[in-house]
Design a binder for this molecule. Structure first.
Ligand SMILES: NC(=[NH2+])NCCC[C@H](N)C(=O)O
Ligand SMILES: [Mn+2]
Ligand SMILES: [Mn+2]
Length: 326
């Protein structure tokens, strides 16, 4: 680890980085997001983390595609598309993240669409409870709230629902449809903070309001500036809480990250995104990071767009893991 890096409060092996590369796209309908981990790795992300930020990497040799878990028939259930596939992939991913996290390692997950956060957050919530007897907080950086229940969702895409399952707002008994999620996997709505929202469905707005969930939209970023917004977000979580950062690349403006499945104009600049990640690193409370929704096959100019988006994604991850400007 670099000497400039911040001391970790909650990791017993902060120099060890568990990497889970998730080549999965079943939480939405556009192919290509499964190719993101390879694109990020080929562009040199993991080498940079190893050689420049001095992490000892674990689990980085494989990009998982979970093809053995994807059933031949997977009809909609409660309006969810590919429900069995997403459920069993996230269940496996939960175990993978848990195995790293229980060793006291930082965990980096490269998605994949955002449905995979069901697995990553469930795994780090469980490990942190067992290891430290604490609940994790989640900072969800996204244009979208991803808190639809199967019933409020207009699309049926599970990448718009992970937060409702993770908070217990959406429940299902059947193990093959996320019934494997138990109390130890869940997070509290009080320890959830959003940054970057600008495309929230009517049903989601109601859920956010009724549950008093803290959310900073692009309006708040314009009003207060990114510095104060991050300060308020971290104050809401409290200084003594392990943080799981789930970063959807579509939080960035399409100018910086055009290659993503559901781009929304009016987003964060790359510097604002990096600033969020740098600030979260500086807390010393970070225990896990997800980077999701990079889709190298989508953009008005595909090749240029993919290159820029992958580059932005790498920058966000490096900032979260301790790269500093000086
Ligand atoms: N992870 C994402 N990009 N989510 C987009 C969700 C879009 C929309 N709210 C839906 O539920 O379908
Ligand atoms: Mn999004
Ligand atoms: Mn998302």
């Amino acid at each position: 680890m670099n000497t400039s890096m911040v001391k970790s409060k909650f990791l017993s092996h902060p120099e060890d980085l568990g990497v889970v590369a998730v080549g999965f796209s079943g939480g939405q309908c556009k192919p290509g997001v499964d190719a993101a981990p390879s694109a990020l790795i080929e562009s040199g992300l993991l080498t940079q983390l190893r050689d420049e930020l001095n992490y000892k990497l674990h689990g980085h040799d494989t990009v998982h595609s979970y093809t053995d878990l994807v059933p031949r028939e997977d009809p909609p259930f409660r309006n969810m598309k590919n429900p069995k596939a997403v459920s069993s992939v996230t269940q496996r991913l939960c175990d993978q993240v848990y195995e790293h996290a229980k060793e006291g390692r930082m965990v980096l997950t490269l998605g994949g669409d955002h449905s995979i956060a069901i697995g990553t957050i469930a795994g780090s919530a469980k490990a942190t409870r067992e290891r430290l007897g604490r609940e994790i907080a989640v900072i969800w950086v996204d244009a979208h709230a991803d808190i639809n229940t199967p019933e409020t969702s207009g699309s049926g895409n599970v990448h718009g629902m992970p937060v409702s399952f993770l908070t217990g707002l959406a429940k299902e008994e059947k193990p093959e449809y996320f019934g494997w999620l138990k109390p130890e996997h869940l997070i509290s709505v009080k320890k959830l903070v959003y940054i970057g929202l600008r495309d929230v469905d009517p049903g989601e707005k109601r859920i956010l309001r009724e549950n008093g969930i803290k959310a900073f939209s692009m309006f708040d970023i314009d009003r207060y500036g990114i510095g104060r917004v991050v300060e308020m977000a971290l104050a809401h979580i409290g200084a003594d809480t392990p943080i799981h950062l789930s970063f959807d690349v579509d939080a960035l403006d399409p100018m910086w990250a055009p290659s993503t499945g559901t781009p929304v104009r009016g987003g964060l600049t790359l510097r604002e995104g990096d600033y969020i990640c740098e600030s979260v690193h500086l807390t010393g409370s970070l225990v896990a990071v997800d980077l999701v929704e990079v889709n190298p096959s989508l953009a008005p100019e595909v090749e240029l767009g993919a290159h820029e988006t992958v580059r932005a994604g790498c920058s966000l991850v490096r900032c979260a893991l301790g790269e500093s400007l000086l």
